[in-house]
Design a protein around this ligand. Structure first.
Ligand code: GAL
Length: 702
């Protein structure tokens, strides 16, 4: 297998020449060279231009595109073009159209109008992939196969009859016989017992709460069906072009597909991410997706396959990126393990649904700020071969689990919650503390992480509980939060105090859940009593908390101790005096339990306590929670990236040289959106001993 990378980071974007007359193509490649573009993603939405009618192909235009790129040394990430079947296909195979849970069949007219289980779709896609592989497998420009595009982005679940039949086959394979399914799904409840697999349907809209395990199995099945589409294409590509690596572009923390299941099948992980420039916390949130991508690839370099130079078209108001912000966010991806920075798209479309989405080459051409920033970044990246392949060491891990994600968001929970809103604060607090976080599934060997955080792992396997126990015993500090290990993989309650094996690890058991009732506003949730939009909270007290107090939100649990130290207690309400935070020393490590959800300041303080216990000192940062914003510091190999996402200048104090400006790092002022990549010139002192920054305004070393 060839490497998925070159000697300098990939730089480029989606290239859709079929939207333009051929004379423009010459200008495209000329300008690509000018901007330092070395990779173009071609053909993502070209099916209708490549297969004009069934089995009537026209590849000649694509030949000319690839040849033209090759002449100028631009490599190609060639799409298999299967992301959007052409209108003739939908007309000929109407049964391939996706159907919603309400039974509405969706029409062609936008994109991705196919049912992932459709045999007609899969065979037409397979034919096209084989033609492309045979025609372009030996093309000198071909660097990478880009299978489909953003699987599940619009149609992550299809409820049509074909999907129903595929779901039944999937269930039969999983459970073997119908008794196994009845047991797992708990169908003795509400008269749901099935006599045979033939009686089973997808969880279509139904009068009341659907069966939870049916729903979860349908989520798992739907992720697997999309993956099966990917694997079918990959098998053809492997057969015809065994040397060419394959990818498909992920979508950050995407609910629709269990990326832990997918990641092992990609030769290189790639990701599309569109942080909102209007959101001051967007860099923190974006860091979470970057860390996930690195983690999915087990630390291997990944590719930022799509981002925007400026505005997108998916929000009600689509802010542009501030001057320098596109560059700063690009370097964030590089700092966190990317070896390629690409955009959607190369040339801004003049027509179609995305004509107002920004591009590398804007509507107004090259005499524009955006183009100048694109050129600058390309030239810089072309000099950064040294970054390639460097590892990003992480000291903390957060368990992320799709089963728990899907199950927590089902109806019928003690509190309705959005899973990412429960994960993100932990990642944010660690990241603001300058600690790089890996995401883990939780059943792998975790013993190398000084700190493991387990937020809301509602559905836990025995293997996960074993791995967490082993980590704590071997010396890690493990923090488990409320709403963890309550259910097994079939969503049956873990009886007699919940938590399974963690009862021993943590030295506690759970008597009951005590959600904080009240009406509060969350997206899509209309308050029951509109006059009360205050989130219900509870005071928690204990010496370990800032000023001895903290606020808990939404969820509390009555926990009982059999072998743990109580660090904080609920200060009032039905659980007054009961433990809210516990710690148990176990083996060489410790296992903490938080029986509520902490508001951000208390959470950050708890994270500091855990970091101190785990012996972790983050990269030095400034302005972590201050009003000017975040300065990001990440070590990648021997290089230290400093990215000023804040609104104030900062002064570097580190020894070494900034690779981007060539200047000595010490005393260098980094303006807002500024970036430095510091290379040590001599044997480097450890980061902890050598502060990198001073706060510009205060001059205080951090
Ligand atoms: C992605 C997609 C691209 C383009 C982009 C901008 O979801 O892969 O084709 O649509 O968003 O909206």
């Amino acid at each position: 297998m060839r490497s998925a990378f070159s000697t300098t980071p990939w730089y480029g974007g989606d290239y859709n020449p079929e939207q333009w007359p051929e004379e423009i193509w010459r200008e495209d490649v000329r300008l690509m060279t000018r901007a330092g573009v070395n990779l173009a993603t071609v053909g993502v939405f070209s099916w209708a231009m490549l297969e004009l009618q069934e089995n009537q192909y026209d590849f000649e235009w694509l030949d000319r595109v690839l040849d033209g790129l090759h002449e100028r040394g631009v490599k190609v990430d060639l799409a298999t073009a299967t992301a959007s079947p052409p209108p003739w296909f939908s007309l000929a195979y109407p049964e391939s159209l996706p159907v919603t849970a309400d039974g509405i069949q969706l029409s062609p007219g936008s994109r991705q109008t196919y049912c992932p289980s459709s045999p007609a779709y899969r065979s037409a896609a397979g034919r096209l992939v084989r033609m492309l592989a045979e025609r372009y497998g030996n093309h000198p420009a071909l660097a990478l196969w880009h299978i489909n595009n953003e699987y599940g982005c619009h149609i992550a679940r299809c409820y049509c009859d074909t999907s129903a039949a595929a779901f039944r086959r999937w269930l039969q394979h999983k459970y073997g016989d119908i008794d196994g399914l009845n047991q797992a799904w708990g169908t003795a409840f509400w008269s749901q017992r099935y006599g045979s697999f033939a009686e089973i349907l997808p969880p279509r809209t139904s009068p009341a709460h659907p069966n939870p395990t049916q729903l979860l199995d349908f989520d798992r099945f739907s992720s697997d069906e999309l993956l099966a589409c990917f694997l079918a294409e990959k098998a053809i590509l492997r057969e015809v072009t065994p040397e060419v690596p394959v990818t498909t572009n992920f979508m950050g923390l995407f609910r629709g597909a269990d990326y832990w299941q997918w990641a092992q099948h990609l030769d290189v992980i790639s990701d599309d991410l569109y942080p909102d420039p209007a959101d001051p916390d967007a860099p923190i949130t974006a860091a979470m997706a970057r860390d996930l991508m690195r983690s999915l690839g087990q630390g291997r370099p990944w590719i930022l396959m799509e981002q925007a130079t400026g505005a997108v078209i998916t929000r009600p108001e689509n802010a542009i990126k501030a001057p320098g912000q596109m560059r700063a966010l690009s370097y964030q991806a590089l700092a966190r393990g990317a070896d390629g920075i690409l955009f959607f798209q190369w040339r801004q479309s003049a027509a179609g649904a995305e004509k107002f989405h920004s591009a590398m080459l804007p509507h107004s051409g090259t005499d524009t700020r955006v183009w100048r920033e694109v050129e600058q970044l390309g030239h810089e990246l072309n000099q950064l071969g040294k970054v390639m392949g460097q590892q990003v060491p992480a000291q903390a891990a957060i368990v992320l689990d799709w089963d728990s994600w899907w199950a927590i968001e089902q109806r019928g929970q003690p509190v309705q919650s959005a899973y990412l809103a429960l994960i993100a604060p932990w990642h944010a607090a660690l990241t603001r503390a300058g600690v790089v976080v890996d995401f883990v599934h939780g059943d792998e060997d975790l013993t190398g992480y000084p700190l493991v955080v387990v937020p809301n792992l509602l559905v836990a396997t025995d293997a996960q509980l074993e791995a967490l126990d082993a980590a704590a015993r071997s010396g890690s500090t493990v923090l488990v939060t409320a709403q963890s290990a309550i259910l097994d993989q079939s969503l049956h309650a873990r009886l007699n105090g919940y938590l399974g094996k963690l009862q021993q690890t943590l030295g506690i058991w759970i008597e009951e859940f005590a959600p904080l009732a009240g009406a509060w506003q969350r997206p899509g949730n209309v308050p029951v009593r509109p006059e009360t939009t205050i989130r219900p909270t509870v005071e928690v007290s204990g010496d370990v908390l800032p000023d001895g107090r903290a606020t808990g939100l939404e969820w509390t649990e009555a926990i009982r101790i059999h072998d743990a130290e109580v660090k904080a207690r609920f200060a009032h309400g039905p659980l007054e005096g009961m433990p809210a935070l516990t710690r148990r020393a176990t083996g060489n490590g410790a296992a903490w339990y938080l029986a509520t959800r902490f508001e951000p300041d208390a959470l950050a303080h708890l994270v500091d306590t855990l970091l101190a216990e785990a012996g972790i000192t983050g990269e030095p940062v400034i302005g972590a929670t201050g009003d000017t914003g975040w300065v990001e510091t990440v070590r990648r190999g021997e290089l230290t990236f400093v990215i000023n996402h804040s609104t104030a200048p900062v002064t570097l104090t580190a020894q070494g040289k900034d690779m981007l400006s060539g200047r000595t790092a010490a005393d260098m002022v980094l303006e807002p959106q500024g970036v430095a990549i510091i290379e040590q010139e001599t044997a480097a002192p450890a980061a902890q001993e050598a502060p990198l920054l001073n706060a510009g305004r205060t001059g205080e070393p951090t």
